[in-house]
Design a protein around this ligand. Sequence first.
Ligand code: ADP
Length: 310
Amino acid sequence: MKVGIVGAGMVGSAAGYALALTGAASRIVLVDRSEALALAQAQDIAHATPFTAAVTVEAGGYEALAGADVVILAAGVGQKPGESRLALLERNAAVFEDVIRAVLRAAPDPILLVATNPVDVMTHVTAKIAGLAPGRVFGSGTILDTARFRSLVAHHLGLAPQSIHGYVLGEHGDSEVLGWSGARVGSEPLTSVAAQLGSAITADVRARIDDGVRRAAYRIIEGKGATNYGIGAGLARIVQAIRRDEGAVMSLSLVTPEVTGVHNVALSLPRVVGASGLRSTLMPTLDAQEVAALTASARMLRETSDALGL
Ligand code: ADP
């Protein structure tokens, strides 16, 4: 599978490295506004490949994306001093206008996987510009928040994260919603398993896990200025699910016709990932509080999309 990555900064390069290590791609092409950066990252990742799977890694212009099955969009511009969030978004949307047109000239029908933040709004921007079939344009959304949620619950119970099933929904950001009421361990409700193991999910435990999930990125950015390895691995995992046509369920951001009464909004829900991209959505069971929180998250995203004319 040929995978293009536009934006060879922290996130794009981590995705390229994870794709090389896992063998999820057989050809990786890095494109960046800075040709020197794309080349340096491609060479560095290529030097890891004698130790990994059979994969070629190269840098190039947009024309090098010809034949790409998946293109990861990780390009972005940073906030200028004093610039509002909306002004930054407008600038990033303008960058995407050029980027997506250039990508589609080289590869007319790829799957576009958006990683640039704010990922939900950028997913909506991308879907509108690209005009590809529904399900072929989606964002990494809360894939990482869900991974953190499962890990923290697993740690509390002393179990494997793979056996914890629960999702973080809505915005990838402050308004995201942890789906506690539908969370399961194996086939059993989380609360029942926690009681059986003598590790009740008290209000304190819940608040601690909620904070651990919601604030994780802030803490990492405080320490190192960016987050990249976790999301890089998540992006590689999504590509693998596409390549193998897995039907894996992951929380990913997609323009959704309607959720809790809010229309035409890009946000994360559990989605089924296969060779054609996202092939369906599985609406989780939510209690009244979670429905209210998801509605608030969706409305906030819809307002931002309104401000951008989406
Ligand atoms: P992040 O932490 O989100 O990866 P970075 O600033 O490290 O952020 O990376 C963003 C990358 O996107 C930079 O390498 C930048 O050169 C690249 N970029 C910005 N605008 C464009 C563009 N129009 N086309 C291609 N790459 C771009």
